[in-house]
Every structure is written in C-alpha cells, then in structure tokens.
Design a protein around this ligand. Structure first.
Ligand SMILES: *Cc1c(COP(=O)(O)O)cnc(C)c1O
Length: 382
C-alpha cells in the first residue's frame, strides 16, 4: 500500500458498473447492453449533424468553456417549468446548477454538507449505489435502512429511529430516487409525508433521473422546501450518457453553495452544446419514450407468466426481476447463474444482491432478453 494514501481508501475497490476497457476486453457492441439504463437509441443523425456543425463553426477548442453555464441553465429552467406543468416561470437559472453528470452534483452535495466529520448520510437499500460509493470516497459515514420486501417501500420506522439515534456525526442528507433504482417504484404518499416532516437541518435529495419515464415530479414542492433539492440527468431519456450532463434544481442559496464547491470548468463546451441541442429538440428526442413504455409492459407481462419469476411494476425504463421464494439464500447462486448465462448468450443485465435489473432496450433486444431468460431457466433446478 502506498504510505501516503488514506487508510480507508486503501480498502476500497473502484466502481465498475459496466464491463469496461480497464477490466475486460472492450465491450463488443453486438452485445445487448441492458445493464446501465441508457436509452437504446443513439441521437438522431440530423441532431448529430447540427452538433458537428457547432463543433466546426462555433466552439473554439483553444478556449475554456463558459464556466457560468448561463445559456444552458436558462434552457434547463424553461424545460423544468414546462416538465412540472408550472403555470408561471417559478424556476429560473438561479435555481439550477449543472454538473459533469449528476454524479458530480451528488459529490458536490456531499462535500457541501457532510465533509470533515460534519454529517452522515441515510439511504434505503437497494438504491442507486453512487450515493454510498461517493460518500465512502470522502470518508463520510453511511447509515442504511431496508425496504419492504414486497413493495420496496422504505422502512420508515427504521429510518426515523436512525435519524434520532445517529450522532457524531448526525444524519445531514437523505437520498431517495423517484422512481427508485433498481426497484423501479415511485415514492409513496407515506414516504413523501415522512420526507416533508424531516427537520430543515436535513437535506433531502430527490433524484429524478427517470422523470421523463415516470412523469412524476416534485419540482412544485421546492418553493416551500428550502432543504430539498432535485437531481435530473441528460443520461437517460435524453440519450446523452456519453456527454455527462446532469443538473440540480434547488433554492438559490443551496445553488450558490454548489457553485462554490464545483470545479471552475466542469462541463466541456461540447457537452453543453449537446445538452442545448437536446433541449431544443426535446419533442423529437422524447418521442421514443412511449415506445419504451410499451416495450416495458410487454416485458413485464411476458416474464410475469413464468412461475419462477417475480417481476415488479415499473415507473422507469427498466424492470426489477426476482426469483420466486427469493428470501432463501440458496437462491443467490441461481440469480448469479442466470446473470452469467444471460451474459454468455449476449445480454448484459445488472446483478444485485436480490434481483436483476434489466434495462428496456429496442424491441429486438427485449425479445432476445425474454427468449434467453426462458432458455436459461429451463436448465435450472429450483
Ligand atoms: C443513471 C442515474 C443517474 C445519472 O447519473 P449521471 O452521472 O448523470 O449519468 C443519477 N441517478 C440515478 C438514480 C441514476 O440511475
């Protein structure tokens, strides 16, 4: 171990969401990549051509990008108002901060709230893994509670007592995803009531990465809740995962803090141009969502017919699949086995401790997913 490295980091293994060039041979594109919840549709060629033109004619590569993100923030604010069906322009660029993916914003929020022993975070597992991973890299303690095994609702009693009992440092941030990943369920009325009742000493982060699929947003709540922030991303429905653009919507004071801790030129000019093109052409880009939802329902319907599978309802562009009787640990191997067989047959999905998360792909990919799962299950002894 390098003697100058923090001892807690030395124990830590780097995050590998995807087969990637540093661990595997490069991922062959003929694989069905249904493990990271991207859109299966590349940007339409006409938009790529617009971007290529911007690159050739407008972007000066020798100059730093616009570090204030003014134009992009204005365009995002307009989209946020529209997406929340707000009649007035409640959200302005003063309510927006943009990041190199929403992952950067998660890290900035952690830096601004918990660093230096000032706070812990609370998450309800299973949930998006980056909250805990980023907290860990910053030496921030993580408190976890569980979810109801049937409907994935957060154990609110446990959450409440965790907040009451956690001292040194106290819980400063609660992270929730709406709808949650990997379980695909939106926040319930009870969960919302609980979040609304939290003290203003606690920052509530509502991650709406899948908003465009669920059409369920809490933007309208922000006005009365200075301790809430909402995260969104261009990586999913907007088909721009390669560009790394996310944004945070919050009270201007919270935004000002995020602006203080971010790196000065955190977004490349080309990424900003891509996000702007995507927003200008949002009708065209978001048209593909209805297809994804139809495909999702087809996948859920077909897989649910299998007596060994349990598929949960989904408000997002992915499904969460468990094996019947999954509470028995002996089934872990079956799950891992199913994951590995799918990979061998050409479909990548995300393996979690109790289920598989499968992204909705193109119609052809989804048909192959169904066939490959059915073929794999035939060979299993339950
Ligand atoms: C995919 C995803 C994100 C997006 O992260 P980016 O860094 O913007 O690509 C954020 N939160 C959740 C819950 C996600 O699933």
């Amino acid at each position: 171990m390098l003697p100058f490295i923090r001892s807690d980091l030395a124990q830590f293994t780097a995050y590998k969401p995807h087969p990637s060039s540093d661990t595997d041979a490069a991922v062959p594109t003929e694989l069905d990549r249904l493990d990271t919840n991207e859109s299966p549709y590349d940007l339409p060629l006409q938009l790529k051509e617009k971007l290529a033109w911007t690159y050739q004619q407008v972007i000066e590569t020798n100059r730093y990008p616009d570090g204030g993100h003014k134009t992009l923030k204005e365009a995002i604010a307009q989209y946020v108002n529209e997406s929340a069906k707000l009649t007035s322009s409640l959200i302005t660029s003063a309510n927006i901060s943009v990041g190199n993916g929403s992952d950067e914003l998660i890290r900035s929020l952690l830096i601004a709230t918990c660093l230096g022993g000032e706070g812990s975070i609370l998450v309800a597992n299973p949930t998006f893994s980056m909250y805990a991973i980023l907290a860990q890299t910053l030496g921030i303690p993580i408190v976890t509670v569980e979810r109801n095994a049937a409907n994935f609702e957060i154990d609110l009693t446990a959450a409440q007592s965790a907040i009451a009992q956690t001292q040194n440092p106290p819980i400063r941030v609660v992270f929730v995803v709406h709808p949650n990943s990997p379980t695909a369920n939106p926040l319930t009325t009870d969960e919302l009531t609980w979040l609304k009742g939290l003290s203003e000493q606690i920052l509530v982060v509502i991650d709406e990465a899948y908003f465009e699929f669920s059409q369920n947003t809490l933007i309208g709540e922000l006005v009365q809740r200075p301790n809430w922030v909402i995260l969104r991303t261009f990586s999913k429905a907007f088909r721009l995962a390669a560009m790394r653009v996310g944004y945070c919507v919050a009270h201007p004071e919270a935004i000002a803090i995020l602006e203080k801790v971010r790196l000065p030129y955190n977004l490349p000019s080309f990424s900003m141009a891509a996000a702007l093109v995507a927003l200008k052409n949002r009708e065209l880009l978001l048209e593909s969502i209805s297809q994804t939802l139809i495909e999702r329902d087809k996948l859920i319907h077909t897989l649910s017919q299998h007596s060994k599978l349990q598929v949960s309802p989904s408000a997002a562009n992915f499904i969460y699949l468990r094996l019947q009787g999954n509470i028995f640990h002996s089934q872990d191997n079956v799950l891992k086995n199913l994951h590995d067989r799918l990979k061998q047959s050409g479909t990548l999905v995300r393996l979690l401790s109790e289920g598989l998360r499968i992204t909705i792909g193109t119609s052809e990919e989804n048909t192959r997913t169904i066939n490959r799962i059915q073929a794999a299950l035939v060979n299993f002894k339950f």
